[in-house]
Write a protein that binds this ligand. Structure first.
Ligand SMILES: CC(C)(COP(=O)(O)OP(=O)(O)OC[C@H]1O[C@@H](n2cnc3c(N)ncnc32)[C@H](O)[C@@H]1OP(=O)(O)O)[C@@H](O)C(=O)NCCC(=O)NCCS
Length: 172
């Protein structure tokens, strides 16, 4: 397999956005929930203050039977843990279904791990839906531990309306 893993460039953002939408379909999330646009992806990845890191997996175009050779990506950003210092949070790890099972996902997460270590991170985190048993198996195989099963952690989020209500209550 002649797959290369390389840093994403601004020109790749179009295909990354397409993949983000493919993941949304996979998670049965209505497309309207994908708020990120091409302009936002470009600015946030390659503008004055980059907010994420991204690597793509690329095959020679003749091996993909589609336009362009990018078949997967990993997108991450840094978070800070008061206990552990700098962490890498992987928001997306994705290989198109027809290219799975060929070690591409593994090479992508290895690259993210290499970048995390190089930047002084103490750990790599990601979250995954409980019904995604294959992906959970994949992560366990890479050395990941399920914090929900092991320590009973729950993931909370405040959606935009809840976030705004909370922010509006702040008097200072
Ligand atoms: C998770 C995903 C990126 C894996 O991509 P992939 O290219 O098919 O994975 P790979 O072929 O690189 O996996 C190879 C390694 O994972 C292991 N693996 C894969 N599936 C596994 C499973 N269900 N249980 C245990 N190990 C598994 C293989 O044994 C192999 O490890 P080894 O070489 O040490 O034996 C892909 O399934 C995907 O895009 N899923 C949808 C997106 C998603 O939900 N991402 C969430 C993040 S995990």
């Amino acid at each position: 397999m002649n797959c290369i893993i390389r840093p994403c460039t601004v020109k790749d953002c179009k295909v990354i956005l397409q993949f983000i939408k493919e993941i949304a379909v996979h998670y049965r999330v209505p497309p309207i929930e994908v708020k990120v646009t091409l302009e936002v992806l470009r600015e946030d990845g390659f503008g004055a203050q980059p907010q994420y890191d991204c690597y793509v997996a690329e095959l020679p175009p003749q091996q993909t039977n589609k336009e362009g050779g990018i078949v997967g990506y990993v997108l991450s950003s840094f978070t800070y843990s008061a206990w552990k210092g700098r962490n890498l949070y992987v928001d997306n790890l994705y290989v198109q279904p027809q290219f799975r099972g060929q070690q591409i996902g593994k090479r992508l997460i290895e690259k993210a791990a290499q970048a995390a270590v190089a930047k002084g991170c103490g750990q790599l985190r990601m979250h995954i839906a409980k019904w995604k048993t294959n992906e959970m198996g994949f992560l366990a195989r890479q050395g990941g531990q399920d914090l929900t099963a092991k320590e009973g952690w729950s993931l909370f989020h405040l959606k935009e309306d809840a976030l705004r209500r909370l922010a509006a209550r702040s008097k200072f």
